[in-house]
Design a protein around this ligand. Structure first.
Ligand SMILES: Cc1cc2nc3c(=O)[nH]c(=O)nc-3n(C[C@H](O)[C@H](O)[C@H](O)COP(=O)(O)OP(=O)(O)OC[C@H]3O[C@@H](n4cnc5c(N)ncnc54)[C@H](O)[C@@H]3O)c2cc1C
Length: 435
């Protein structure tokens, strides 16, 4: 193992780690990046939507050679009951722009490419190297890491912890608590392969246009969770995730959920005849603002999923990871340039910079949402989707019933399910958590 001391060690070569490493390498810092996977991306799972703006800040010309699947021209939101869905679709030709705003990607390929970009700057990136411990001095300052390689102690002024959601290193070192089951979702995902033309016909796409569907409702059996269907070039990513605490409470099995999701009459025709080549499961941090642990200390900062920086409401994670990684890299560079030590006091700069970014502002905006969705999951993920579906069917079915009668039936159904007070309270709670 390498004997020399580094300016910074980055643990992990996911979105956050690569962003941090690239930022620091580009500014001339001596950085070592360690990844336990066989290659960057080999351990990573994501839907996945990539948000261009955040990547452009790191690699402005990424569109030239990044492994991108489709650029998104359409987003669909489905509220589902067992036999139907009520949808909100937004499609715009504006998204057929020169520098598209969002793409679907396949993480294993993308992370490999991202890591290559980091390595092209001359960085030392060691894969198949697991960091087993954050090493501290007698004052509690993190001074390096121990890896699973022989003689595996490596020293650095600062360690950027980009180890993802499970965050074992941080937990073991006492830097944060184990994430609570109500703050993490377990998602399962499958890749369904189909000929390109079939995907384009089924999703009404041409060329590299893409569409994504985010789905909520009875598919999660009253648990807090969502499903997704993303069209790639020659495959469809399909998955569903729910809070770990809800799985514990209900005893539901993730593979049952995904099987039921696939059999839903709105979903089955989209994947009919496909060949499933990949099945994976992964955690997603969903506790939001209130679940963010301490972000910095003597000799360390934490970024991305390891810091619970994930916006479950907007289904955004990789962009928060890239942004927090980049900001951590910039903060460390600024301290180095000013010859400041990597103390807790000085590394507070990372938090100050992050607070000013969309990352913390967005998470703060939805700070009450995770608790609301968690405590009211039966209403929001079971009762309302069923009521809305029945209301829609009542509205569109032409059967000679006067419209006034139809309206009364719908209102009666809502009131008998939730009561007037309950409906008002749900609306009020939702509006307050959304503001
Ligand atoms: C099913 C699913 C769908 C998703 N869809 C989307 C989406 O569409 N859009 C979006 O923006 N986000 C999405 N996300 C969230 C997104 O994947 C994460 O927010 C993002 O990957 C976080 O990046 P990260 O670098 O913090 O962590 P990760 O990507 O998890 O990377 C952590 C890295 O650290 C390595 N590592 C861990 N421990 C060690 C160790 N001890 N030593 C060395 N290396 C270590 C891991 O191998 C891994 O490579 C999704 C997540 C899931 C699970």
């Amino acid at each position: 193992m390498i004997e020399e001391k580094f300016d910074a060690i980055v643990v992990g070569a996911g979105m956050a780690g690569n962003a941090a490493a690239l930022t620091m390498f580009k500014r001339g810092l001596k950085v070592l990046q360690l990844e336990r996977g066989e290659y960057a991306g080999s351990k990573n799972v994501q839907g996945a939507i990539l948000y261009s703006e955040m990547l452009e800040k790191l690699i402005p010309d990424f569109r030239e050679d990044a492994p991108l699947e489709r650029h998104l021209v359409e987003q669909r939101f489905w509220m589902m009951d067992d036999r139907s869905h009520v949808g909100l679709h937004y499609r715009s030709d504006d998204f057929n722009e020169q520098r598209p705003n969002r793409y679907t990607i396949i993480r294993a390929q993308f992370d490999k490419w991202f890591s290559k970009k980091v390595q092209e700057t001359g960085a030392v990136v060691l894969c198949e190297t697991t960091v087993v411990e954050l090493v501290k001095d007698q004052f509690g300052k993190v001074i390096g890491v121990r890896t699973d390689r022989a003689g595996g102690l490596v020293r650095a002024d600062v360690v950027v912890i980009a180890e993802g959601v499970t965050g074992l290193l941080g937990t073991r070192a006492g830097l944060r608590d184990i994430p609570k089951p109500e703050n993490v979702a377990l998602a399962v995902k499958e890749m369904h392969f189909l000929p390109r033309e079939t995907i384009e016909a089924r999703f009404n796409l041409k060329g590299d246009e893409g569409t994504v569907i985010e789905a909520a409702g009875t598919i999660s059996r009253g648990m807090t969770g969502m499903g997704f269907i993303y069209a790639n070039k020659e495959c469809i990513s399909l998955g569903i995730g729910c809070l770990v605490s809800d799985f514990q409470k209900t005893g539901e099995a993730p593979y049952d959920l995904i099987e039921r999701f696939k059999r839903h009459p709105s979903v089955a025709p989209l994947i009919e005849g496909s060949e499933v080549k990949e099945y994976s499961a992964h955690l997603i941090p969903e506790g939001g603002f209130k679940a963010i642990p301490k972000l910095y200390g003597d000799g360390w900062v934490v970024v991305g999923d390891a810091a619970q920086l994930n916006n479950a409401i907007h289904r955004e994670g990789s962009n928060l990871a890239m942004t927090s990684g980049r900001i951590a890299g910039e903060a460390i560079f600024q301290l180095k340039r000013r010859r400041k030590a990597m103390t807790e006091e000085n590394l507070a700069l990372y938090k100050q910079m992050l607070d000013k970014s969309f990352v913390i502002k967005d998470l703060k905006k939805y700070k009450d949402m995770p608790a609301l969705l968690h405590t009211q999951s039966q209403s929001f993920f079971l009762t309302y989707p069923q009521l809305v579906s029945r209301a829609m069917q009542n509205f569109v079915r032409v059967d000679g019933t006067p419209k006034v009668e139809k309206e009364k039936t719908t209102i009666r159904a809502f009131v008998s399910a939730r009561s007037w007070l309950g409906l008002f309270a749900d609306g009020f709670r939702l509006a307050r958590a959304w503001r």
